[in-house]
Design a protein around this ligand. Sequence first.
Ligand code: DQA
Length: 144
Amino acid sequence: RKILVLHGPNLNLLGMRQPEIYGHDTLEDINTALFEQASLAGWEIACRQSNHEGQLIDWIQAARLDGTTAIIINPAAYTHTSVAILDALNAFEGRVIEVHLSNVHKRESFRHHSYVSLRADGVIAGLGSQGYHAALEAVICQTA
Ligand code: DQA
């Protein structure tokens, strides 16, 4: 019962970066609240952020081998570009939930396509930081 939360590029700037789109919560606020939610349910959780595609892939590969039950991932801009992150997630056998703070479908057309959605078991977009909590709640409830 272990969950990995991955945040992609520029999400380290949350709270400061276009708050009208991405909200006022910082990444630390989000991770702290997720840690609390997971701990209350008796789950182990690790939250990581990187601006580097290869680092995200290394963490996904490690999750294949370390007993991680599910990955919640906001791949940020790599959502729309990264076949490599899709391939890494395809090699992971647990559940994958894709989260976007903003409603990508309401935005520029280049944000409408997601490589990661070809693998994700569920996708949440447009609920702000609440989307991560909904994703975590789903994983907790749906794991036997
Ligand atoms: C995002 C949406 C992406 O299109 C964008 O590149 C991001 C954040 C979101 O959470 O809304 O960096 O994934």
